[in-house]
Write a protein that binds this ligand. Sequence first.
Ligand code: NAP
Length: 309
Amino acid sequence: MNPSYTLAVAGIGKIARDQHLPAIAANPGFSLVACASRHASVEPVRNYPDLDALLAAEPDVDAVSLCAPPQVRYAQARAALAAGKHVMLEKPPGASVSEVEALRDLARAVGRTLFATWHSRYASAVEPARAWLASRTIRAVRVRWKEDVRRWHPGQQWIWEPGGLGVFDPGINALSIVTRILPRDVLLQAATLHFPADTFTPIAAELDGIDADGVPVRAEFDWRHGPVEQWEIDVETTDGLLAISEGGKRLSIAGQPVTLLPEREYPSLYERFHWLIAHRSEDVDVRPLRLVADAFLLGRRVEVEPFGR
Ligand code: NAP
């Protein structure tokens, strides 16, 4: 029989309510017993104003899922691992690559599971795309990940602060898919970052790189897009175009739509977390975050009109 683990969630905001709490409620392998949030609470579980208070009061909790913004991920994850908890990280797994690598080392040292999630990798199109591309000759990769920031992040200030990633907050979802479906790693060569005069993070970005075979990879991220999102990845191959759209909900190959399983990104994440704990394993892939870090290293900075935050 599958073991059941007690679980706590920290950072009860948009994604915790929209996705984590329903996915946990539907998973018999986890039992939600506590939450930590400064302003929010979840009924009927025990609630604490911060994670340190929760960890002090709940020595028997097996695992913690961290859903606050990335700037506090490291401190929360470190505290949870040090308290002996298995830890699941929302994306991005940290505000820097070094933080995530340090967490991976700590998790190994204390013998606990660390799961750095990339929810977009569980979109229905991703595994069929990966399987099809594995034996294809790729000619070019083009990513367009564009949306209206005012629609998707209303009132959120952390996205504009250092460590908040700006347009890379959604853009990293595309990079998590690209790094999963392409058979070879991508090296970034150039980037242009568009910074509003009143923010610390970019509102748009263009990235150019190559894979290990020299295949060009271009990504365009823009938060100033109209009401219809464009979350698309095209992979041109000698056998035709593989096109992912709607963030991974749709797939077509050589002009033919592919029938996909229904969307269940967050239920899949919790199934994976359960499996990792049960198998005393880990899943920490920093490559999407490393590409973002490389974009900040290589990026040509362009100032654009103030956002009006
Ligand atoms: P959010 O609603 O702004 O933040 C989540 C909660 O974290 C807040 O409600 C807040 O709760 C807590 N928090 C904020 N700043 C904090 C701080 N400095 N210290 C401790 N707690 C803090 O953000 P979100 O949209 O849920 O995003 C959170 C994470 O999920 C991000 O990494 C994001 O990339 C990821 N994500 C978001 C979405 C989405 O559609 N929104 C989708 C996928 C992944 P309290 O004030 O009650 O403490």
